[in-house]
Structures are given as C-alpha cells and as structure tokens.
Design a protein around this ligand. Sequence first.
Ligand code: UD1
Length: 370
Amino acid sequence: MKIISIVGARPNFIKATMISKELRKKHKEILIHTGQHYDTKLNKIFFDQLEVPEPNYYLGVGSGTHAQQTGQIMIRAEKIIIKEKPNWVIVYGDINSTLAGALEAAKLSVRIPHVEAGMRNYNNKTPEEINRMLVDHLSSLLFAPTQSAVENLKKENLTRGTYKTGDVMYDAVLTYKSSAEKKSKILTKLNLKPQGFLVATIHRAETTNNTAKLSSVMKAFSKINESIIFPVHPRTQRAIEALGGLHLGSGNVKMINPVSYFDMLKLVKNARLLITDSGGLQKEAYFLKTPCVTCLEDNNWPETTTAGANQLIGTDVNDILNAVKKPYQKIKNANEFGNGHAAEKIVAILEEESSQELEPLLEKSGTSES
Ligand code: UD1
C-alpha cells in the first residue's frame, strides 16, 4: 500500500507516530506536515521525542483564519496527492488540517481513513465539531476509539466502514510513559514534589476568544491555594496579555512555555489534579490515573466523566474552585479505550480493505466541471 498521512498540530503528531511505526513495517508512507503548528515548542520537539519520521512534504501554511488555513492546505496538498497517487489519505482527529486534507482527498476520489472518528460534543459553534462531522461524512473508513464513538456514528447512519479500534493516544501513553518518567527532568527543574501541585492548560478558541470565560478561569486559578503549573499556548498567552495579565497575581500560578510530550506526561502523572479545556489531555490524565477538571460545557470523552475521574464544569469561578476540592473516584483502568494495540488493529484493517476490488483512483484531473 502507498499511504499519505496528513498532520498539522500537536495532537496529530502523537496519533500519527503510532500509526506510522506500524505502517512502515510493510508499506510506503508519505508524510505531509501542513505547518499549522510551526513553533519549535509546539512542533519540532514532538517530532524528535516521538521519533515521528521527517515529513516528505512541508506545506508551511502557518497561522491564519479558518478559511485561509483550510484553503491553503487544500491548494498545496492537491498537487502532492495527484503526483503521489496514494491508495489512502489518512487524517487524524479534528483540527483544520484534518478537514482540509479530507476535503482535498475526497475531491480527488482518494479513500480516507479517519483516525479518531465518531467524537461529538454536539456543539457546532466549536471549530473542532464542524471538522469532526464533515470529515466523518467524507471518510470511507471510520476508526472509532470507543463504543460511544461508534454509537455517535450510528446516529448519523455511518455504519459502513466503521470499526471500533481502541485509541491510539492510549497506545502512545502506554508506549512512552516509562521513557517520559526516566527522561523528563521537569519536576526537578520546577522544584516539584509528586502530588504537590496541579497542572493546567487552556487553549481552546471557545475559552481564549471569550473574555468573560478566560478571565473567569484565570480568576479561579489565582484563588486556588495550591501551586499550579500552567504551560501556556501562544494563543492563550496573547489573550491573557490582552486582558492585562488579569488575576494572575497570587504567586501560586507558574506560567511556563508549552512543554514537550514527555514533560507533559510526567507533569500530568505526578500532579494531584489536571485543569484543562483540552480533549487530548482529559484522556491522558485518565490513562495516567490523575483526576481532571474540564473547563468546557460539553465534552466528547464521556467514558472519563462516567468513571467519576473527570468533572465537566465550564468556566464559572466557584464551580472550578469546588471541583478542585471535591474527592475523586480512584481510576482503575482505561479499557474503554482499548488494549494499547489500536494502531496494529487499524493497519490490519487497512490491509484487509486494500485487498478489496477498488474503482480506479485519481481519474479526475482535480478541476471542476461547470
Ligand atoms: C489547534 C486545533 C485544536 C487543537 C490544538 C492543539 C483547529 C481548529 N484547532 O488549535 O483543536 O487542540 O491545535 O494545540 O485546528 N500559533 C503559534 N505558533 C504555532 C501555532 C499556532 O503562535 O506554532 C498561534 C497562531 O498565531 C494562531 C493560534 O496560535 O493564531 C492558534 O493556532 P491554530 O493552529 O489555528 O489553532 P490552535 O489553537 O493551536
């Protein structure tokens, strides 16, 4: 098989590395990096630590509006897909690069496997939900990480090509957690004791682009009477500066640059609690048995909330303060997310599906007809 994988931002790199390792045992993978994330601290360090192969193509799209990012990726990816003639174009998760890659592959009649299909928060105001829904409906193979994802797809009549595979992010945590434990020096560097601190991240547009929500979260952080390590995404940094650094005067909140994958695993594993609006981190906390408070109104990882390990509480100051104090259920295991072999399963399904009779691909030139 010849496969193009399209990646663009931090969470993609983590998912793609697990699939890449498996694919490259027998098949040819061409990696396209869209350049949606371009800062070293959001980008290169992940490639290095996770040993993601060097991209064959770097599209360099960088920041921009949703239309600019999506459009530029489509324009640049089109030439590559036409030239490489892959059997599949794999896309991951729910970011703008995922949507752009899927749209372009679909226009060129190349089949799309979507890794992490079926996630829904049923809130069309979030860019990720728009991306997830459209990509699932464009894809030929839907690799759903959990049973709830399979059920979500069923509600939209997406049953053909749907497979429950387990979660590649769980594979990644199981693969890398001991390396992270050994190699990350972040606790020593920040003078932290296990269980002696909280870790926090905030980056979603729905939080950072809403002044009331962002200042409420920052106010809650400043009132928490425990040390909080807060790696700050560039978008969040700018939004906090625009608020005049509001409410961060308590001395308990330590704002640091975004950290590497290994440092984040180590921080989350050793923290008493995570506070976040990230989808991926809610899961990683669950895999590492650390309780989580999620500053979102809706969520697509119900397994973590049902298990009593994750409280979905929005951005109200008092709700955050109460949630931080509340006792948690002990997290036993994460077997709703598979057995750590999701990537192997996905590649085996791809092989099986590739052996089916296919219509000729890329017969169209890519130009539209009037
Ligand atoms: C994107 C994804 C989000 C994912 C997140 C992981 C979309 C719609 N959102 O959000 O789902 O959880 O990645 O981090 O695709 N920026 C930099 N340096 C960079 C990258 C971005 O400074 O390397 C700044 C840009 O100026 C930009 C802002 O951060 O304005 C947002 O970047 P963007 O890639 O659009 O989305 P994320 O917020 O990172």
